[in-house]
Design a protein around this ligand. Sequence first.
Ligand SMILES: [Zn+2]
Length: 310
Amino acid sequence: MVTYHVVMRSITRTSPDPASISSNVDFAAQLIANSNHVVAMTGAGMSVESGIPPFRGTNGLWTKYGTPSMDGYRQFKADPEAYWDRQINAQIDEHILELRESLRNAKPHVGHYALVELVNRGHIKSVITQNIDGLDLKAGMGEALIEIHGNRSRLRCIGCSKRTDLNDFVPLFAPDPCEDCGEPVKFDAVMFGEPIVPEVMAAAKAEIDRADCVVAIGTSATVRPASGLLWIARHRSKGNHNGTAGLKPDAKLIEINPNPTKLSSICDVVVRMTAGQGVPALLQALTTAPSTTNSNARPAYESTSYRPAP
Ligand SMILES: [Zn+2]
């Protein structure tokens, strides 16, 4: 068995030909098997295969309909009643209407289920998702999930962050102010200009700080502060967000994305596949090619149903 870990610091594998894709999947699986705390971060690319259009890019909602107001949160806080009036009466941006319709019809794809399986088997410890569609939950993801931009199918108080599940219902009237603290209630999904909920951001940062390997799946790595976490993990030894340098080695970085991103050049390995192809391929590679050269690594297999043939 090749011990990639000896040389991978100087290697970035980004070649797109199919043979390379296959070997890059194996290489990525090797990195995961040799790591102790693997964290995944997912982006819009994870959702597009479930029929949810991205905001950015060629077929993005904002490309079609124009970029929405960047101060949505300030507008909400200034007049929550007017905000809810627009929501209830559908007097809202076309991109929101199309997003709402696609969310209603969306179902998890094989990539979501494979990611849940990677978590259930202990290969991945937590998943930070930038997506608001709740498809990871529908695929069976449990407490490992951190929805850094919230979840469109919940309401949240902007004062105490108390959440209420809508269970896929669209509100027919404006929700009352929070019964605990009296502050206005909005969709849990984070708006433009709205800070990430502090305890959610803290949970994401804590996971990134613990990670010795991060898998970026279907994210263009352009939306801050979420994408910044990837750079923090990758450049930890150069100084981190706490101003302390060199305390922990850089995390390994794996990218699964059919297109080059800002992240590609700093990854240890790039798998040029969609999320629906790449995550199941990774699961398959971890299933069929067990290997660990790190005595601290977890057992490669925790489920008898996927034990490789002897
Ligand atoms: Zn409250």
